[in-house]
Ligand binder design. Structure first.
Ligand code: NIG
Ligand code: FE
Length: 416
């Protein structure tokens, strides 16, 4: 029998099995590093993992029910990768600012002189939905080519109802046209657009008006903000978070990237899913995140590209037991990156994470940073999103620079 998207009934009943593989399950509380299972078997029913374990332990009656067999050829299997923080939808690029920074200008100086995020806002507003879809679709395909099966995409380069809507619609449409799950985040509080220059509070009022409309249109899964001296104050972010909570939407925050403004404590008070960047995170901020169960999303691409020198406090996060996720932060200004595997390497070389922590950061902890409990680990009952890799050991995924050992992606039980 063939299992396919067509014939939903057949597909739902069909059991598929993958054998001849090692599985890095990344399961919470696993007793082996990476949750590694030698000579593993994975059984998929429809779009869900029905059984994961050592092949020798597979119940005979379940084995008999498997009508489609896949020889993984000795591959390593991991959960589908999750890129939990991206600004994928934008117009133009900022290669010129890259040149300016190489001549000595800083990211903050460029932003303050009208460049930075605002220059991407101009290019994004000028682009049609079709143009944005084509440009971001290419970036998405590069990420998917490295095993990404779930991606978060933020707005934040439109900064008006019309253009934030356009960007969120493009994000939704990318999800509808690619075999990847897209989660959208409204980042209206990313920068103050030119028409509100010098009137930040009035722009926050405008953000508070956009949010319920975009939410009612089904375009918003979460709400984010940029809490920084070149962006929004904690008091201004608090107004946005209060509105999000009023709509029942989860929040996350770009916090303590360039300075410590106490954003992490603020976000924790709103039970934020994640605080992201965190180079300047304080002890009090880490404690607040630990208590609230907020994930620390580390973005080594932005740290590298902006040539930051202040490292996020990894020891502090470990000490307080704050889960760490890793993401590309794919965006034109601080991280023009479309390789999550490269981020694994940078998380290890720059931030000194272990390869196991890094891999958990793009699977189990990235799922938590998006509030998703149905993925990020190879466990029965979770979504059948997983990746076959041409490597022996999971550490190889973080070790190599510019290699792509991706072999195959299975998305919701379907071989891509
Ligand atoms: O995550 N920090 C704010 N936002 C982005 C950068 C956006 C830009 O420079 O275009 C970030 O680094
Ligand atoms: Fe970001």
């Amino acid at each position: 029998m063939r299992c396919g998207w067509s014939g939903a009934h057949e597909h739902a009943r069909c059991h598929q099995i993958w054998t001849h593989c090692r599985a890095a399950t990344l399961a919470a509380g696993a007793t082996t590093p990476y949750g590694l299972i030698e000579d593993a078997a994975l059984v998929v029913q429809g779009d869900t993992l029905a059984w994961v374990g050592a092949r020798a332990d597979l119940p005979a009656n379940l084995r008999q029910r498997c009508t489609a067999e896949h020889d993984a050829g000795g591959a390593l299997v991991t959960p589908g990768l999750i890129d939990c923080h991206t600004h994928l939808v934008y117009g133009g690029n900022r290669a010129h600012e890259f040149e300016l920074r190489l001549q000595g200008a800083s990211y903050e100086e460029i932003a303050q002189s009208g460049g930075g995020i605002v220059s991407t806002v101009q290019a994004t507003r000028a682009a049609s939905a079709g143009e944005l879809q084509a440009a971001s679709g290419q970036r998405l395909q590069r990420l998917m080519g490295e095993g990404v099966t779930t991606i978060e995409i933020k707005s934040g380069y439109g900064l008006s109802l019309e253009h934030e809507r356009k960007c969120l619609q493009v994000a939704r449409s990318l999800g509808a046209t690619h075999a990847v799950d897209v989660r959208t985040t409204f980042l209206g509080a990313h920068a103050v657009p030119p028409e509100f220059a010098g009137q930040t509070d009035a722009y926050v009022d405008a953000v508070l008006q956009m949010l319920p409309t975009l939410h009612a249109e089904g375009l918003v899964d979460a709400v984010d903000g940029f809490c920084e001296r070149i962006a929004f104050s904690p008091a201004q972010i608090e107004r946005v978070f209060a509105a999000a909570k009023g709509l029942g939407l989860p929040v996350k925050l770009h916090a303590e990237q360039l300075s410590d403004s106490g954003g992490a404590q603020l976000a924790a008070r709103f039970d934020a899913l994640s605080c992201d960047h965190l180079e300047w995170l304080s002890d009090a901020g880490a404690q607040a995140m630990a208590q609230a169960g907020t994930v620390a999303v580390l973005l080594p691409g932005a740290f590298y590209f902006l040539r930051e020198t202040k490292l996020p406090p990894i020891a502090l996060l470990r000490q307080h037991g704050v889960p760490m996720a890793i993401s590309t932060d794919s965006n034109p200004g601080s991280s023009p990156c479309t390789s999550l595997l490269l981020m694994l390497n940078m998380a290890c070389t720059l931030f000194r994470l272990t390869p196991e922590e890094a891999l958990a950061g793009v699977t189990r902890h990235a799922a938590k940073a998006l509030g998703l409990r149905d993925r990020g680990q190879l466990l029965a009952g979770l979504r059948a999103d997983f990746v076959l890799w041409n490597v022996q050991h999971p550490a190889e995924l973080a070790y190599a620079l510019g290699a792509n050992p991706h072999s195959q992606t299975i998305f919701q039980g379907q071989v891509l």
